[in-house]
Ligand binder design. Structure first.
Ligand SMILES: NC(=O)C1=CN([C@@H]2O[C@H](COP(=O)(O)OP(=O)(O)OC[C@H]3O[C@@H](n4cnc5c(N)ncnc54)[C@H](OP(=O)(O)O)[C@@H]3O)[C@@H](O)[C@H]2O)C=CC1
Ligand SMILES: CC[C@](O)(C(C)=O)C(=O)O
Ligand SMILES: [Mg+2]
Ligand SMILES: [Mg+2]
Length: 344
């Protein structure tokens, strides 16, 4: 069994007198910076001039360039896109990463695959929330939290584990549970989860279900509700009560359908292909391909993104969500505020 850490068995004092630089103000960056600040820690955000810089300032945070932030901080959390971290690290962080500092990540990709090679005289660890950054902030504000993993790669100070746990507590993750792992385990399981189940597997399943209904002549709006919108409601029940909790709420007819049809859709062949994905992740083949795709200017990434955005499920969904103000209420409120401030 994994050893879990919760608020009560973590002493955040080890982080209290340290300055934390959050490098990047995107999905994870804005959440870590704001949660840590609200938890009483001294935070500076390091970003280049532009959208993120302005947003962090607007949110009341201390903001500096990446190099300035890394230079003044004791702990440098790198929350840039994985594919951009190596260059920014080598040019702006490494030169000011002096002895005794902590170099921190939310995903082990660059350290595990050898893209970033930290010096021996700093602590290196990761604190990886098991959820999207926007939910890391939203759940914190609601008094809850997103679980996280932590792993120590290098413990130069002898305090790396305590500081990692204090950081996890500061972002709200120890309200939900923090689990110790290694860079290898975090990196490989995170890549596998997002490819096979959470993102790749789920979007493919939703599209296949939607297309099957629409191609059979059913209304696209109905197909959207059946295969995408309702998925959230079903997953919410699994989140609250596991598979059995969800099955308690659905009809017995649906439960029987679940038992007899599930294995016909996700069968032994699917599991074999999942094993192939995992092997490509473990060997570094996936990472090599992703680094090459970026070095070539992302031709495939961009072409696929454009094609996916044109899928009819996206067009139908946009119209239907506009009629449901309670879906994405916080985004709609933000849009209203932008329009109002533009008028003033
Ligand atoms: N997204 C998620 O929820 C999760 C992410 N992670 C990990 O967290 C890390 C951050 O991911 P994520 O939050 O998705 O990243 P984002 O894509 O949201 O990060 C964007 C931020 O990085 C900044 N940025 C990009 N390029 C540069 C650059 N060259 N110099 C300075 N700033 C730059 C952007 O600034 P600008 O506005 O100027 O472009 C923006 O502030 C990754 O390691 C990821 O694997 C882990 C768990 C979940
Ligand atoms: C599931 C995708 C993720 O791993 C995450 C939100 O945890 C990511 O890299 O964004
Ligand atoms: Mg990930
Ligand atoms: Mg993840």
């Amino acid at each position: 069994m994994a050893k879990m850490y919760y608020n009560d068995n973590i002493n955040e004092g080890v982080l209290q007198d340290k300055k934390v630089a959050i490098i990047g103000y995107g999905s994870q960056g804005h959440a870590h910076a704001q949660n840590l600040k609200d938890s009483g820690f001294d935070v500076v955000v390091g970003v280049r001039p532009g959208k993120s810089f302005d947003a962090a300032k607007e949110d009341g945070l201390q903001v500096a360039t990446v190099k300035e932030a890394a230079e003044q901080a004791d702990l440098v959390m790198v929350l840039l896109p994985d594919e951009r971290q190596k260059k920014v690290y080598e040019e702006e962080i490494e030169p000011v990463l002096t002895e005794g500092k902590s170099l921190v990540f939310a995903h082990g990709f660059n350290v595990h695959f050898g893209e970033i090679k930290p010096p021996a005289n700093v602590d290196v660890f990761l604190v990886a929330p098991k959820g999207p950054g926007h939910l890391v902030r939203r759940t914190y504000e609601a008094g809850a939290g997103v679980p996280a993993l932590f792993a120590v790669y290098q413990d130069a100070s002898g305090q790396a584990k305590d500081v990692a746990l204090a950081y996890a507590k500061g972002i709200g993750s120890a309200r939900a549970g923090v689990l110790e792992t290694t860079f290898k385990e975090e990196t490989e399981t995170d890549l596998f989860g997002e490819q096979a189940v959470l993102c790749g597997g789920t979007t493919a399943l939703v599209k296949a279900g939607y297309e099957t209904l629409v191609e059979a002549g059913y209304q696209p709006e109905l197909a959207y509700f059946e295969t995408l919108h309702e998925l959230k409601l079903i997953v919410d029940l699994m989140y609250e009560g596991g598979l059995s909790g969800m099955r308690y709420s659905i009809s017995d007819t649906a439960q029987w359908g679940d038992y007899v049809a599930g294995d016909r859709i996700i069968d032994a062949g699917t599991k074999d292909r999942m094993k192939e994905l995992l092997a490509e992740i473990q060997s570094g083949e996936f990472a090599k391909g992703w680094i090459k795709e970026n070095a070539e200017g992302r031709p495939n990434f961009n072409a696929i993104t454009e094609k996916e955005e044109q899928h009819s499920i996206e067009k139908v969904g946009e119209k239907l969500r506009d009629m449901m103000p309670f879906v994405n209420a916080s985004k709609k409120q933000q849009e209203k505020e932008v329009v109002a401030s533009a008028k003033n």
